[in-house]
Design a protein around this ligand. Sequence first.
Ligand code: 5AD
Ligand code: SF4
Length: 440
Amino acid sequence: MKGYYIYTYGCQMNVHETEKLAGILQDRGYELVDNVENADVVVFNTCCIRESAEQKIMGNIGAIKPIKKNKKDMIVAVCGCMAQQKDMASNLRKKFPFVDIVFGANNIEFFGEYLDTYLEQKKFLNKVESDKQYTENIAGVNYVRDNPLYAYVNIMYGCNNFCTYCIVPYVRGREKSRAPEDIYREVKTLIDMGYKVITLLGQNVNSYGLDGNTDGVNFANLLKNIANFDGNFELRFMTSHPKDLSDEVIEVMASNDKISKSLHLPVQAGSNKVLKAMNRSYTKEAYLTLIDKIKTAMPSITLSTDIIVGFPGESDEEYQETVDLIKKVQYHNAFIFMYSKRKGTIAEKMENQVPIATKRERIHNLLEIQHEISEQLFNKMVGTTQRVLIDSENEKGYVAKAQCGKVVKLTKDAKLKIGEFYDVEITDYKKGNLIGNAKL
Ligand code: 5AD
Ligand code: SF4
């Protein structure tokens, strides 16, 4: 039996695309191995959102060199967003002559063909096609999903927003929505297979259908139709752009028990000047009004966000506005990043780049403030009832997850079933975990 090993970097989209790569490899008779040294095919599914991601990936690809030296037939492929960048394929090959196949973020589903061609010709293959859009062909590809309970489902690809710091629109191309029937079919199959949490994926799910590919079905319609499917499941989605999150979507979320009451709503910054320079198309005030609306419609909502500190030109005062904003909103979780210059983006050329020391100071400060907010909010959950899904059990008890993704630990006092939802009374918050008892 031949073995494969896949390194995955970056977002949920990549995690899901790795499931597709795994499907393609398994269809060809390869088996997952737990050590890269035993692999006949190694794939790097890459990310380029920040420079740190690229540096890490380059280091990991470099580490394959001595392994391949002892195993000449090993096939090394690099794909995904980092590979999709201009001139990257030839640069990669120059730097790492042992790389055999390079293909982009929009050609994942063709990996099988590339592999067949490589095996036949044994010649370096550059299959990065910048003008190629994603052509979803789900019927032909068998996803090998990593987890038996949680499933990702793509609803759209690409992004039209061109936030000035972001490389995604350049590597993933324009927005393209999948046909609603294909999505319904996939979700129904997953529910029948026993998946319990379905997460709809897209760079900007709220603009689903705006490309005219869905016969008039918008994101609110899609969400509502899926939430009405039979079965015991929970529906989530990401990522939402604040400028496109409609009242209709909030209403659908609020009125459907199957839709998770947790929402990721990246704000990026708290200053209107910075938001404008980022091309985010909303003001701090509009964002806060949206948050109010969401909290009024769903008082139990848990919110999370993405924030960039040190965007070009961000002054201390403007940074303080981000601090004020996170204190106001009260996110359960925030992913905080230092601005990283990305080649080809508009912000790359902006003057007033913020020194690294200032960025470091801001990120440490903000992480600390956010940590305190999170701790307070999770402590406040003590005494509430949370719907959780049991993931696993060990000697001490059951391990579950709340809708916001937080781990909830349950004792073994009552017999519970893995893969079932339970309402749980939260009794404590300790060492970053919620503790509770199932209400039976
Ligand atoms: N530098 C730092 N963070 C970035 N993000 C996107 N581009 C950059 C960049 N150039 C962050 C944004 C986005 C998240 C996925 O990554 O916060 O929401
Ligand atoms: Fe990047 Fe902005 Fe698109 Fe998100 S919405 S992928 S941050 S360009």
